[in-house]
Design a protein around this ligand. Structure first.
Ligand code: FAD
Ligand code: SF4
Ligand code: SF4
Length: 393
């Protein structure tokens, strides 16, 4: 709650420029706060020379850690098929619980799907909680948040992980707010501090120049979303046994703000970059949207997916779904061919764990050559047609 003692405000307006949300205005020489815009950040309080801005933040109760145990993962499925990222997180969750001596629980949300839970057990889950409900038929933030919040509040995991997928990125922050806990998005590493038994959430920060190690020290669960392809899934173990629990959630449909209309498939990508074995990526060196046809031709001659640097996406030459890098997708193909890409750190964090990197760049000092296994110094407008010609033979 925030309040200005109006009788004592001297109308000096010192609080106005410090508010990052433009929530304060002077009305009849008295400061007035727009409560819809104010985030209770507190920046205005010390600026007031007569101390008339009073702010009271809700005292949140720190979680009782002893109530929380084990690692829970959100098992993402689409049309009844569990997404590959789920198995990647499951393998990491297994490693984390082995350090904690606890259990891994996977949560499957959806409608009318079968035979997925056993597969999760074979890949490392000890328990699978299934919520099968018509409200969960198509992904929407509100029902998914309500369902997972119910499960987390009931089973109280100390760690909750999800893929940093379009779905995870959409509803997991909402869930963190609902659960009143912290969230580290887009982690590329997770480990347990052996002494504090806390989750260390590792992700690039400051434009990828440092790897930040983030902890959730006062609240539970410790929540993180994890990027694609940074962890390897465990091989399937046909002998693994586990428990499958069916749960029923009572939804409050009055809180649903969005409605599912229809699913429109992204037709721009015949091969998805996150699943592809080979990716051909175009950067600013491609020069214009039309020249992406050259990248597409090389990709199609190799059965590859088309990637792009952010520069190419920002220029409007290709859709965002193709972007590789810190603010795009993390990829790990067998072969990554970068054409006219300089190799900025924000691009490299998304592709440097590819098995073989081939770079085509006319600048022999381009940073991409530092991570490349094969470097071709040359004009891509000459090199690519030659490659296509040779491949077509
Ligand atoms: P440039 O850096 O301009 O490089 C173009 C290259 O093409 C040059 O090396 C040049 O020598 C070469 N070239 C030019 N003409 C030819 C030719 N005829 N033949 C051969 N080579 C040629 N970037 C990403 O890619 N993905 C991200 O997710 C991402 N996230 C970011 C997040 C943040 C917070 C920030 C600050 C930046 C991010 N960036 C990201 C941007 C990144 O810093 C770079 O600006 C971007 O990657 C540059 O793209 P580029 O290599 O295509 O362009
Ligand atoms: Fe603005 Fe923050 Fe003050 Fe609210 S608390 S009025 S957001 S400066
Ligand atoms: Fe009033 Fe204090 Fe803001 Fe000055 S800084 S306008 S006294 S609330």
């Amino acid at each position: 709650m925030i309040e200005i003692i109006q009788e004592k405000c001297i109308g000096c307006s010192k609080c106005i420029p410090v508010c990052p949300y433009q929530a304060i205005t002077l009305v009849n020489k008295i400061a007035v706060i727009d409560l819809n815009a104010c985030t209770l950040c507190g920046a205005c309080v010390p600026e007031c020379p007569v101390d008339v801005i009073l702010i009271e933040k809700k005292q949140e109760q720190a979680a009782n850690f002893a109530d929380y145990s084990g690692v829970m993962i959100f098992a993402e499925q689409k049309n009844g098929t569990v997404m590959p990222i789920t198995f990647e997180i499951l393998s990491k969750a297994r490693e984390l619980v082995d350090a904690l001596g606890k259990e891994v629980t996977a949560v499957l949300l959806g409608y009318d799907f079968h035979d997925q839970a056993e597969g999760l057990i074979r890949h490392g889950a000890d328990k699978v909680i299934v919520v099968d409900d018509k409200f969960l038929e198509n992904f929407l933030d509100e029902p998914y948040t309500q369902a997972l919040a119910y499960i987390v509040n009931k089973y109280k995991p100390e760690i909750l992980l999800s893929g940093a997928t379009a779905i995870g990125r959409s509803f997991i922050p909402r869930l963190a707010v609902e659960l009143q806990t912290g969230l580290t998005a887009d982690c590329t590493g997770l480990e347990i501090d052996p002494e504090a038994k806390e989750l260390v959430q590792i992700r690039p920060a400051f434009g990828g120049n440092i790897m930040a190690k983030i902890r959730t020290t006062n609240y539970r669960p410790q929540m993180a979303t994890v990027r694609h392809k940074v962890f390897d899934p465990l091989p399937k173990d046909e002998n693994r046994k586990g428990q499958i629990i069916q749960e029923k959630v009572i939804f409050d449909a009055t809180k649903f703000l969005s409605k599912f209309l229809k699913f429109i498939k992204d037709e721009t990508q015949s091969v998805k970059i996150t699943d592809a074995d080979i990716i051909v990526t175009g950067g600013r060196g491609i020069k214009c949207a039309e020249n992406f046809s050259m990248i597409k031709e090389l990709a199609s001659s190799l059965g590859a997916a088309v990637g792009a640097s952010r520069a190419a996406v920002d220029a409007g030459w290709i859709q965002y779904s193709h972007q590789v890098g810190q603010t795009g997708k993390t990829v790990k193909p067998k072969i990554y061919i970068a054409c006219g890409v300089s190799g900025a750190i924000q691009h490299l964090v998304g592709m440097q764990s590819s098995d073989i990197i081939i770079a085509i760049n006319k600048d022999k000092d381009a940073p991409i050559f530092k991570v490349a296994d094969v470097g071709i110094v040359g004009d891509l407008f000459e090199v690519i047609p030659q490659l296509v010609k040779q491949l077509s033979k």
